[in-house]
Write a protein that binds this ligand. Structure first.
Ligand code: SF4
Length: 468
């Protein structure tokens, strides 16, 4: 069979998995493949899967089987499946998705080119069941995420500072899929940030399963504050640096100070709490209680005035009593997070929580998710209304839609938070080189109103220099 040339790529799951997709895309381009966005035009489809929750696994299998339909008319030659679902389920996936031609685990990401090449001899390949399998055991690879073909828009990117996780949250499958935490070298992170900025990026979000523990596996010390300060002073042209996936029980004063003092670091912290009631936090093995959580949140707000706080909560954890849920609901109403994601607890078979008794019904979980989201909607609308009349900088996200230009202020993270729509008047009168007309430029605006979760604003000045 002649070697396939056109490859299409489906990237599922979280931002960490997206970085893996971008890296694999970079390797495929380097190997001479043409990446096509049109799946119907592809000879090979690579599907990078998520395996975190039952829902994400079902979604991945559904997509694989849908794509496999196209093999029937012979146009599609090969399906390569990579990512967390492969790492978790390996060969057993073939039973529910027989159209797969190659399986690539998360530790074998760098074998994607071999996997695309039918009958390739190189690489840690095992051929079984007519399927090429690249499923090596965990090894602390150096995670060189440079030379990516990025899927995110030009102006922002994710920089993964570590992969894997040493925390032991009882509901979570990630450590069993991604292995223990391994940090990238600090020099590697700075070099990668410079490469991204060289590629037109002005906003970098730092990600990992638990960014707070960065460095512990290098020299036993938490080095996130050091990384923030190095990126702040050594990456010219970087506009915004954003900190995501902070783990509360290991948050330090050094990290809080670095966020407060570094001018490129936006005053924004994403810190999943998952719950607030002591009983549930204990059963989740989050290693923090309510009192410590509240003290930490107060300290962050005191030390970083105007900081935007994003968190996520799980509703319906096994044994969550009405009283524990009411406690969580009251906390969300009173603490007022700038952004909140709520998930219904998902019973994952191979987790301690999955084996707990007192599993709640899907109805109860859904009810509690809705109550929390409603409470947060009220909070979000109130906080957004407080911004009306204020002036602040925004990053242009896209071109005008119905006369409004999408953008984000520093308290709005890409892909997960709300937007600020700029009403710059009739867009055809805006000079093409005006910042407001250019994605990735910073513009000063005054907020004039709110539309749902989003803000509406007018430009104050058109030209805003990036901090040099
Ligand atoms: S911090 Fe907890 S929830 Fe997050 S990846 Fe680690 S074990 Fe999972």
């Amino acid at each position: 069979m002649s070697q396939p040339k056109r490859v299409s790529f489906v990237s599922l799951g979280c931002a960490k998995n997206l970085v893996d997709s971008e890296k694999m895309l970079g390797q495929l381009v380097e190997a001479g493949y043409h990446i096509t966005a049109d799946e119907a035009d592809a000879e090979v489809v690579v599907i990078n899967t998520c395996g975190f929750l039952a829902a994400s696994r079902d979604e991945a299998v559904e997509i694989i089987n849908q794509v496999a339909e196209r093999k029937k008319d012979g146009r599609l030659k090969r399906i390569v499946v990579t990512g967390c679902l492969v790492q978790r389920d390996g060969e057993s996936l073939l039973g529910i998705a027989p159209g797969i031609d190659a399986l690539v685990g998360v530790n074998n990401r760098d074998d994607v080119v071999n996997a695309v090449l039918a009958g390739a001899s190189k690489g840690r390949k095992k051929r079984a069941a007519k399927v090429d399998q690249f499923l090596g055991e965990y090894y602390p690879r150096q995670d060189d995420d440079t030379a990516r073909l990025r899927i995110t828009p030009q102006h922002y990117a994710y920089l993964r500072i570590s992969e894997g996780c040493d925390q032991k949250c009882t509901f979570c499958t990630i450590p069993s899929i991604r292995g223990p935490m391994h940090s990238k070298s600090a020099d590697g992170i700075v070099a990668e940030a410079r490469e991204l900025v060289g590629d037109g990026v002005v906003e970098i979000s730092l990600i990992g399963q638990d960014t707070t523990s960065y460095g512990l596996d290098i020299d036993g010390g938490q080095r996130l504050a050091h990384i923030l300060r190095r990126l702040n002073s050594e990456v010219d042209g970087l506009g915004w640096l954003r900190l995501m996936y902070v783990y509360p029980s290991v948050m330090t004063d050094e990290i809080i100070d670095a966020v407060a003092e570094c001018d490129r670091v936006v005053k924004y912290i994403d810190m999943p709490l998952q719950h607030i009631s002591d009983g549930v936090l204990k059963r989740m093995y989050r290693r923090v209680n309510r009192q410590a959580t509240e003290a930490l949140l107060q300290k962050i707000r005191r030390r970083i005035p105007g900081v935007a706080l994003r968190t996520t909560m799980i509703a319906g954890f096994p044994g969550e009593t009405e009283k524990e849920f009411e406690e969580l609901l009251a906390f969300v109403k009173t603490f007022e997070f700038d952004a909140l994601g709520v998930f219904a607890y998902s019973q994952e078979p191979d987790t301690p929580a999955g084996r707990m008794k007192d599993q709640l019904s899907e109805e109860v979980k859904e009810e509690r998710v809705n109550e929390l989201m409603l409470a947060q909607q009220e909070v979000a609308f109130k906080l957004a209304d407080r911004r009306i009349g204020q002036e602040f900088s925004v990053l242009i996200e896209g071109s005008a839609e119905d006369g409004l230009i999408p953008s984000r202020h520093a308290g709005q993270a890409p892909q997960v938070d709300s937007l600020t729509w700029i009403d710059a008047g009739s867009t055809d009168r805006i000079p093409a080189d005006a910042d407001v007309a250019n994605i990735g430029r910073f513009v000063k605006v005054r907020c004039t109103s709110r539309e749902g979760y989003d803000l509406v604003a007018k430009p104050v000045s058109i030209n805003l220099p990036v901090i040099s």
